[in-house]
Design a protein around this ligand. Sequence first.
Ligand code: ZN
Ligand code: ZN
Length: 117
Amino acid sequence: MRASQGKQMFPCPICGVATDVRITKKDKPYITCDPCGVQLFVRGPAGINAFNRLVARGETIMEALSEMEDRYHLNCPECGTTFWAEPNLAKTSVFDGHLQGFRCPKCEEVVPWKTTK
Ligand SMILES: [Zn+2]
Ligand SMILES: [Zn+2]
C-alpha cells in the first residue's frame, strides 16, 4: 500500500523536528534526522501499521498521550494499584517506538496498553 497524499512527515524521536518519511526499496518506512544522526527504520508489519497510523493522524505518541493524560487511568493486575497513564511511565518499543504499555509506579509491572477510548 503506497501513500497517496504526498509528503508525509514524522517527528524525530530525539529532537522532535518533523522529518520526511521515506520508503525503502522493500517498502519499509524510515526517517532520518541529520542534526541528530538518527535513522529510524520500521521493519515489522505491526510496527509499520502503528507507524502509518501515527503518520496519518499527524501526531506523535507523546501528543496522543498528553491528550488522554487527564482522563485515562490503568489498573495494575499485579498489585492492584490504580495509576494515571502518564507519558513518563510509558514503555515504548526501542525498535519502532510503538507504545507497549505503562509501568506501574508501585511494582514496575508493565501494564499493557489497550486502545479503548
Ligand atoms: Zn533529531
Ligand atoms: Zn503494580
